[in-house]
Design a protein around this ligand. Structure first.
Ligand code: TXA
Ligand code: MG
Length: 306
């Protein structure tokens, strides 16, 4: 069986597979990831193939300690240090200038690399045991819904994978916030598990505005992304018989969602997977409040509806 419960033995097995060039699905606190040794070009190619992802989309490298960062980053400034110190391990990814050791294939030929130290103990232990940074995009096919439970994993993706560690549901449920710290002030490239407000509080100054070239700099900004198979429509109030997500009472085929942004994020992908049944053509989702704390959730829903 490819899917095994995450424990000491299976983590060692995963680490061995990774050292030998295999690809493994791991739980993280944000979403499940599809991992490969960052220094192994064949393994990286397998990740792109498993996801059916265009190779110009750069991957995030995941580290278990700061020593690994030294090998990967050519420059590390005050903003990088401040954010890593405050939020690592955790759901923030820092884009920095890459060292020569980082393969161009990982960064889509960019001169920068995205780094994250995840908080999930299974992810951390696996990286530590493998002894190398892991390239780990979300474990979903290109432009599809991310997975926050092993039940969400696409069979076509699984066909390319050597082992899956089941660590239960992801606690945060939305991808990491990606922050470009190569320039002052730092800029958010993708909203996620850490809010803009928390980042600005840590930096003690404002973030820069979105780069105009964002579309090319961060493929997380593709118009359609994080999407179910059915057409997703954002609505004020859900229709009675349409499958979807509602803040009110849920009818048949509908899921009731909490009016709290963290709780909503933790359940969002699972709820979307549940209503995205074969044969369903349209899913309606009630628009969350327009306030800043809902920004990351609104971003994902807008992209899923594009
Ligand atoms: O929470 C997460 O970040 C998850 C878990 C598994 O760690 N990973 C994840 O990876 O969401 P992925 O590949 O699905 O999304 C990576 C995002 C993309 O939006 C990509 O454009 C951006 O990070 N990114 C990666 N390297 C970059 C770089 N050098 N410059 C700008 N953006 C980069
Ligand atoms: Mg992704």
């Amino acid at each position: 069986m490819k899917v095994v419960e995450a424990n000491h033995e299976s983590i060692q097995q995963a680490a061995k597979i990774l050292r030998e060039g295999g690809v493994v699905v791991l739980p993280t606190e944000t979403v499940y990831g599809l991992a490969a040794n960052a220094y192994d070009l064949d393994a990286i190619a397998r990740v792109y193939a498993a996801k059916n992802r265009p190779t110009e989309n750069p991957l995030i490298l995941h580290v278990s300690d700061r020593e690994m960062v030294i090998d990967l980053a050519r420059a590390w400034n005050v903003s990088a240090e401040t954010l890593a110190d405050r939020f690592w391990p955790g759901p923030i990814t820092l884009v920095v200038h890459k060292s020569a050791r980082v393969p161009m294939m990982v960064t889509g030929n960019l001169d920068t690399v995205a780094l994250r130290m995840p908080e999930h103990p299974v992810a951390l232990d696996t990286i530590r045991s493998a002894g190398v940074p892991l390239a780990m995009p979300s474990a979903n096919r290109f432009s599809q819904l991310s997975a926050t439970r092993v039940e969400h994993l696409d069979p076509e993706l699984l066909a390319h994978v050597d082992l899956v560690l089941d660590g239960g549901p992801s606690r945060i449920g939305i991808e990491s916030t990606v922050v470009d710290v190569t320039d002052e002030p730092p800029k958010v490239l993708r909203l996620g598990g850490i809010s803009r407000g928390d980042i600005e509080a840590a930096l003690r100054h404002s973030l820069g505005s979105q780069p105009p070239s964002g579309l090319r700099r961060s493929p997380g900004m593709y118009l359609r992304h994080y999407a179910p198979n059915a057409k997703l429509v954002l609505v004020k109030a859900i229709e009675k018989d349409c499958p979807g997500l509602t803040f009110g009472e849920a009818g048949a085929g509908q899921v009731h969602m909490p009016l709290n942004p963290s709780a909503y994020a933790a359940n969002m992908y699972d709820a979307l997977h549940r209503v995205d049944q074969p044969g369903t053509t349209e899913i309606q989702v009630e628009i969350p409040p327009e306030t800043e704390e809902w920004e990351a959730v609104r971003d994902r829903l807008r992209k899923a509806s594009a």
